[in-house]
Design a protein around this ligand. Structure first.
Ligand code: TRP
Length: 334
């Protein structure tokens, strides 16, 4: 609890360009949570180096992601928006938690298995202990809730296991975090293969809408989106392509699938695809404009970065000092 509010923690990696899926599935909902919770939203650049990165590119993308958080509507005075690498406690707590995590547990992580297969030439220890750094992120702020996608639930589960194990030995040190499953964000699928999630790393450029795509590109990608053969706008299992487009339309316009079926009754795929494209353009336009504006204001962004890193450092140190004391590290002489 901070000032009577429950604490929320989440983060995104600063690799790849964010997609419409990241926005509608996560960012947009983060904005709606800022009033109810004391929120920490990190740009988790330390996680990014578990696979090789170009230094200049990593720095650029991290700043771009932080700017996008704000452009998407997160007020940086209310939400602690910061770079993970600016707060030393993440690495310090991660080391300690490493000593309370079993190889066998980490070996079961499906994301590790996937990534190890993808980067067979660089299966480093950081990739293996990635979930422990994530546990440190969350536990450092005594987070009550963590909004995550389905693919991260296993990491949240291990976070809870580590925290419970630690508390079992040393008493109530960590808050046990819950996954946030509220008004769940839309799960947006690839425009080229609706059985796959829309991804920042898809090789097919037409599969994903990037948040910085211009209107023509957006419309073109929707025109090319894979649809089905029923030739009517109906929300059903048999039409995964159309169902995905309906989900996108609903998330952009805050309507329900039934409303969309009614609105496009008797119309073909062509009309509907155009309408979806246009809705997406009108959702992304203000975000892109704010992003451009913010990017120009270097001094403002820098001040946000500095202030929020200090705030994060303050809260994380509270937990860290408590943990260090519990495990028997010598006291600091002031
Ligand atoms: N691993 C998360 C992802 O790839 C990102 C992340 C890192 C995270 N630390 C976190 C998410 C803590 C929630 C809480 O999506």
């Amino acid at each position: 609890m901070i000032d009577d509010k429950k604490v929320l923690f989440s983060g995104m990696q600063s690799t790849g360009n964010l997609t419409l899926g990241n926005y509608l599935g996560a960012l947009k909902n983060w904005v709606s949570l800022s009033d109810e919770y004391e929120c920490f939203y990190s740009v988790v650049d330390m996680h990014s180096i578990t696979v090789r990165q170009d230094p200049a590119e990593l720095r650029k993308r991290a700043r771009s992601l932080l700017t996008l958080y704000i452009a998407a509507g997160l007020d940086p005075k209310k939400n602690c928006i910061y770079y993970q690498s600016h707060v030393s406690g993440h690495a310090e707590l991660a080391w300690i938690l490493n000593c309370f995590t079993y190889m066998g547990e980490l070996n079961r992580m499906t994301q590790f298995k996937d990534k190890a297969a993808k980067h067979a030439d660089n299966i480093n220890a950081g990739l293996f202990t990635y979930p422990v750094l994530m546990a440190a992120d969350i536990l450092l702020y005594q987070a009550d809730v963590v909004p995550v996608g389905k693919d991260q639930l296993q990491h949240l589960e291990i976070t809870r296991d580590i925290a419970q194990r630690f508390n079992g030995i040393y008493g109530d040190v960590f808050t046990i975090p819950e996954p946030y499953v509220g008004k769940s964000g839309a799960r947006i699928m690839s425009l080229q293969d609706p059985s796959k999630k829309m991804s920042k790393s898809d090789e097919n450029q037409n599969a994903s809408i990037y948040l910085m795509d211009d209107p023509d590109t957006i419309i073109r990608k929707f025109k090319r989106a894979v649809t089905d053969s029923e030739a009517c706008v109906r929300y059903c299992e048999e039409q995964p392509g159309i169902r995905n487009l309906i989900d996108i339309y609903c998330a952009c316009n805050d309507v329900k699938p039934e409303d969309v079926e009614k609105e496009f009754d008797g119309k073909g795929y062509g009309d509907f695809k155009m309408a979806v494209g246009e809705s997406v353009v009108s959702v992304l336009k203000p975000l892109q404009e704010r992003y451009e504006q913010l990017s120009k204001d270097k001094a403002y962004l820098d001040s946000i970065i500095k202030e929020n890193a200090e705030k994060a450092q303050y809260y994380s140190n509270k937990t860290l000092r408590k943990v260090q004391k519990k495990i028997g590290f010598p006291e600091r002489i002031r």
